[in-house]
Design a protein around this ligand. Structure first.
Ligand SMILES: [Zn+2]
Length: 324
């Protein structure tokens, strides 16, 4: 698509009523506060029965468990409808950031980043239904200083085509060249307006509906991709830790231990997950579930690439960068 076509398409879209414009800067400030995020994640791990409606605190990182399940389910409905961009030169601000975009948007983003040749700091990307519902609840209840939030399934962060970034004016020319457009009145926000976009909001809703029905066979709802009251009320009743996460054993997958080189070596599925994530970003390591010196070296290499302290210790920041 030529520049002119993109510009034309963009000006057409600007006349469309997209509903309300959310103040992304203000929302992200609350959402990415690191203390708030770590409290939220602790809470999600401890209180496996806490629902979206009861979600504590202000960071939407608290619904990470449920969010991950919905994204997985979406990709099982339509393969690669959302793809991770953690393999690019990006730094995600917190665990509230779901580092996913539609494929064409990600490819355009890769060109943006390589053209500028520096790390892009991401404040917000894909927002899942429970994240948006949490913001919407906060807004309606006058909590967390959320001045306005869109009804779930209508936010522009739910289409897999939106990003909020640090230094937006510095990045703007690079984004524009690759089919992305800034959103007036919302400084950190860019939308991908280039080719290959599709509407994935009904896939997200259907993914939630399928999950709900699978775990609540006696309270089935229509799997119609429509975010009506029946769906919203079930979403509010869903556990923030995710479906089927109700025992100590399954909870362990949410509990994250800090991984490092030690004697004896640390072993387990969590080590294997880290190794597999490293392999995915083209760092050479054997995914054997044992944290030996090879893994230590690989982690340090990854941390160096991402501008983190290269200490070989896999804590929250490294996990986030690995997309775990
Ligand atoms: Zn935004």
């Amino acid at each position: 698509m030529s520049e002119d076509e993109i510009t034309k398409e963009n000006s057409n879209e600007e006349t469309e009523d997209r509903g309300i414009i959310e103040p992304c800067g203000e929302i992200n400030e609350i959402n990415n506060d690191l203390e708030e995020v770590s409290r939220a994640l602790d809470e999600a791990t401890r209180s496996l029965e806490t629902t979206v409606q009861q979600a504590p605190g202000c960071s939407t990182a608290v619904v990470s468990g449920l969010s991950k399940q919905i994204i997985e389910e979406m990709n099982s409905i339509e393969a690669n409808c959302l793809v991770s961009f953690t393999d690019l030169n990006v730094q995600n601000k917190s665990a509230a950031v779901n580092p996913f975009l539609q494929r064409e948007a990600k490819e355009a983003l890769a060109r943006v980043i390589s053209a500028r040749g520096q790390t892009l700091v991401i404040n917000s990307a894909y927002r899942t239904l429970p994240q948006q519902l949490m913001l919407y609840n906060q807004y309606r209840n006058g909590q967390c200083g959320i001045p306005i939030a869109a009804r779930p399934s209508t936010s522009n962060h739910e289409d897999g085509l939106a990003l909020d970034v640090d230094d937006p004016r510095g990045w703007e020319p690079f984004f524009i060249k690759q089919g992305w457009r800034p959103l007036r009145g919302d400084p950190p926000h860019f939308d991908y307006k280039g080719g290959g976009r599709s509407d994935i909001s009904n896939i997200a809703i259907k993914a939630f509906q399928r999950l709900w029905n699978r775990y609540n066979p006696n309270d089935r709802i229509a799997e119609d991709g429509d975010c009506g009251q029946a769906t919203l009320s079930r979403l509010n009743k869903s556990a923030i830790a995710g479906f089927g996460v109700s025992t100590v054993e399954t909870a362990s997958r949410l509990t994250t231990r800090t991984l490092r080189l030690s004697k004896p070596y640390m072993q387990g599925d969590d080590v294997r997950q880290v190794q597999e994530a490293l392999v995915k970003v083209k760092i050479s390591v054997t995914a054997d579930g044992v944290f030996g010196s090879g893994t230590d070296k690989a982690v340090k290499q990854f941390q160096q690439q991402k501008g983190l302290t290269a200490d070989g210790v896999v804590g929250a920041a490294t996990r986030i960068e690995l997309g775990l």
